[in-house]
Design a protein around this ligand. Structure first.
Ligand code: ADP
Ligand code: ZN
Length: 206
């Protein structure tokens, strides 16, 4: 199964994508994670992406599209994949159509006012990539799953978050219309318990 996950920053895309990729046994491809790894390893892609990410802006389409094209050509994507964070612009969606046609597009909806608090309180694990909210953590510094250090992402600071939400509405939300026409769009209410959102997504794919 070839899947795309759409939704604003903080909608729970990463958490749900992890659950769905395990349930359906397809690789989880997060462009955000790919960029963060590239920055850490100081690759040419990482060097190009960093300044945009720090400002909450999108990385230029050509950089993202080349990276995704290379990743989708790898063997583990032959039986399907789950794209999390791509496409994010109509230009990227058109490029993807040339590479591979998705079977379904999951659109996770959460009202803007909830997203801000979800994102400012978000902490991510530098090792297992788990995502947690400070309200649910006994200790804000340590991953409850693997014990590694938790990170407050630079782009999860308030100024950058409002920028990311604006970028989402301007550049990514139009993709809902782009995918609506072909009957592949599945809209799921993301303002629920994570386990219920996962059930709703899996049910929508049956
Ligand atoms: P979130 O979904 O929480 O905003 P991501 O981890 O998906 O976070 O992305 C973090 C940043 O990486 C984005 O703000 C953007 O700068 C960059 N990025 C990720 N995916 C793309 C993409 N498809 N196109 C352009 N930039 C991207
Ligand atoms: Zn961890």
């Amino acid at each position: 199964m070839k899947l795309i996950f759409l939704g604003p920053p903080g909608a729970g895309k990463g958490t749900q994508a992890t659950g769905v990729s395990t349930s359906l046994n397809v690789p989880h491809l997060s462009t955000g994670d790919m960029f963060r790894a590239a920055i850490k390893n100081e690759t040419p892609t990482g060097l190009k992406a960093k300044s945009y990410m720090d400002k909450g802006q999108l990385v230029p389409d050509s950089v993202v599209i080349d990276m995704v094209r290379e990743r989708l050509a790898m063997d583990d994507c032959k039986g399907g994949y789950l794209l999390d964070g791509f496409p994010r612009t109509v230009e990227q969606a058109k490029a993807l159509d040339e590479i591979s046609t998705p079977d379904a597009v999951i659109n996770i909806e959460v009202p803007d006012e909830k997203l801000m608090s979800r994102l400012t309180g978000r902490r991510v694990c530098g090792k297992c990539q788990g995502t947690f909210h400070i309200t649910k953590l006994a200790n804000e510094k340590t991953c409850p799953v693997c014990g590694a250090d938790l990170i407050h992402r630079d782009d999860d600071k308030p100024e950058t978050i409002s920028n990311r939400l604006r970028v989402y509405h301007e550049q990514t939300a139009p993709l809902i219309g782009y995918y609506q026409g072909n009957g592949k769009l599945r809209t799921v209410d993301g303002d629920n318990r994570p386990e219920d959102v996962l059930k709703a997504i899996l049910a929508s794919l049956e």
